[in-house]
Design a protein around this ligand. Structure first.
Ligand code: ZN
Length: 313
């Protein structure tokens, strides 16, 4: 959906409410009190009122929008801007585009949307051939007073990220200077340390036990064989690692370039949310308009809320 069509379809708050309502009704509304599935729409409160007991379920209740006071239009526009811009968009830019005075609510909204994307990324496991490597991302921490480092305070650190890329071998004769495999999906996870236990736990939660793990064989990945049916490791000097694991390295540099260009400074505790957004969009690069529709649907699903891990107050 291009911008002209989007604005035509959702010109105001009422049209956005209609859309969120339609998405929610398509999934079905269940009364929390009596389990009834038949509801009347209450226009005054934007809620589904139970036809049996009168219990009111608001459109935001139990969804990612719960406790947010921002108009539905902001949510819809933010999801649009985040999913339909190839490189992503910063919180400050969305704030400008929405003409909102305060930064914090926009910032929190966008992190919640990222966490919805993260739940989608977690939804499936990688199988087949999976390239595995770790990377360091430059992040910022709070200073002693707990001030945000966006104002230049606090200290820098390197956050360690485990990167897994599912690839398919290419058919036909290998061509010179071309990768011999095709990229499919990527997952990136911030890890607290690089012990074998952490590595194995992180990898096994996200890949199928039958998958073939390819790594550059440094000591961090020594015990991967405990969780994978096949572990191919090739010990090469760090400079040549990108030849053994081409896609993992391409994804790491794409993500870093993206963050540098769009988000500038990322606080360590929020890095996972940014990685989730990057993976979500990369894995759905051929989705077209569904790229926008899917997080929309996830945003009104009332099942996600308890599981969410977003880190934004
Ligand atoms: Zn009821």
């Amino acid at each position: 959906m291009n911008f002209i069509d989007f604005v035509k379809k959702y010109p105001d708050e009422a049209s956005c409410i209609r859309h969120f309502r339609a998405v929610k009704e398509r999934k079905g509304v269940v009364c929390k009190k009596c389990g009834n599935t038949h509801h009347y729409w209450n226009k005054t409160y934007n809620s589904h009122d139970c036809s049996k007991c009168g219990y009111r379920t608001t459109l935001r209740s139990g969804t990612v929008m719960e406790s947010s006071k921002l108009p539905f239009q902001y949510w819809l526009y933010a999801i649009y801007l985040m999913t339909m811009t190839k490189k992503g968009i910063s919180e400050a830019e969305v704030q400008r585009q929405l003409g909102r005075k305060h930064y914090e609510p926009i910032w929190a909204m966008m992190h919640k949307i990222r966490s919805v994307m993260g739940l989608r990324v977690d939804h499936y496991e990688l199988e087949g051939v999976v390239e595995l490597d770790d990377a360091f991302f430059k992040t910022h921490t709070d200073d002693e007073k707990g001030e945000l480092t966006q104002r230049g305070r606090g200290s820098q650190r390197q956050s360690k990220v485990l990167v897994m890329a599912k690839v398919d071998p290419k058919r036909g004769r290998p061509r010179k200077n071309k990768k011999t495999s095709a990229f499919r999906y990527v997952k990136m996870v911030v890890i607290p340390d690089s012990s074998a236990k952490t590595m194995n736990k992180t990898v096994s939660a996200r890949t199928s036990s039958s998958s073939v793990i390819k790594s550059d064989g440094w000591h961090d990945f020594n015990k991967i064989k405990e969780i994978s049916s096949k572990h191919i490791k090739k010990i090469v000097p760090p400079k040549e690692a990108s030849k053994v694991l081409p896609w993992v390295h391409t994804m790491i540099s794409n993500a870093k370039r993206n963050f540098l260009g769009v988000n500038h400074k990322i606080k360590d505790v929020y890095l996972q949310n940014y990685l989730d957004e990057f993976c979500y969009k990369t894995n759905r690069r051929y989705f077209g308009k569904d790229l926008f529709e899917r997080p929309m649907i996830a945003a009104v699903e009332d099942t996600w809320y308890g599981k969410a891990r977003y880190n934004c107050g």
